[in-house]
Design a protein around this ligand. Sequence first.
Ligand SMILES: Nc1ncnc2c1ncn2[C@@H]1O[C@H](COP(=O)(O)OP(=O)(O)OP(=O)(O)O)[C@@H](O)[C@H]1O
Ligand SMILES: [Mg+2]
Length: 242
Amino acid sequence: MSSQSVIIECRDLDKVYKMGNQKVYALHDMDLDVHRGEYLSVMGPSGSGKSTLFNMIGALDKPSGGTVKIGGVDLTKQTSLQLAYFRNHHIGYIFQSFNLIMSLTALRNVMLPLQFAGYSNSDAEQRAAEVLTEVGLGDRLHHRPDELSGGQQQRVAIARGLAMEPTIMLADEPTANLDLHTGEDIINILRNLCDNHGVTVITATHDHKMLDKSDRILWIKDGTRDRLQKRSELDIRIGKVG
Ligand SMILES: Nc1ncnc2c1ncn2[C@@H]1O[C@H](COP(=O)(O)OP(=O)(O)OP(=O)(O)O)[C@@H](O)[C@H]1O
Ligand SMILES: [Mg+2]
């Protein structure tokens, strides 16, 4: 399939929260096409709707209006069982807070989605060790999260997201808690996913270094699409991006 084929289509997407008598539009009339195998960064101030957009694309929450299609399938028309299967087989998630299970080793954390998908324990263990090695943690398989640094925990979260070979990787501020160098390593891992594995990567970020590795940047403001730029259209200067 061509690298320019569309994998994610959002049309007139709304997410409304009712707070007492007030309606809060976390997303409003959002239209977005994401191409297969591209790296898209979503930029916008705190509260602009980045995580909400991720929750819609990642089938973690339903929109109040509009549609999300992934590979032509309308997520808003799926049953919860179909959505659970879809999440497990097609989407990798990396959350800012890592969401690792603290009582389990790195290996066991990464085995979870594989076991959920029906892999035998030995197959899950083999695959989990493989992806942990890919992200540079081959010598930390049996450490629990509290025995790992923040950057290493983020790599475990990435390995868990990679384990099922997702079509789409959603990373919500994956470098927010990391130092400059570790953050760059994580960005390179994500870029490599696009270039060498054909994965579509979408990151929400406040990190300007991430923009330089993205194919396109979606700027959102108050839940609406402000602009969508190619990297070549970016004007990056110290202290200013526009
Ligand atoms: N469960 C909820 N109930 C009510 N309002 C919500 C809820 N979740 C999010 N919101 C509101 O929706 C808006 C968008 O929130 P969202 O988490 O998507 O922002 P964000 O761009 O990810 O911000 P940040 O950069 O701080 O993570 C915010 O104004 C927020 O207060
Ligand atoms: Mg957020």
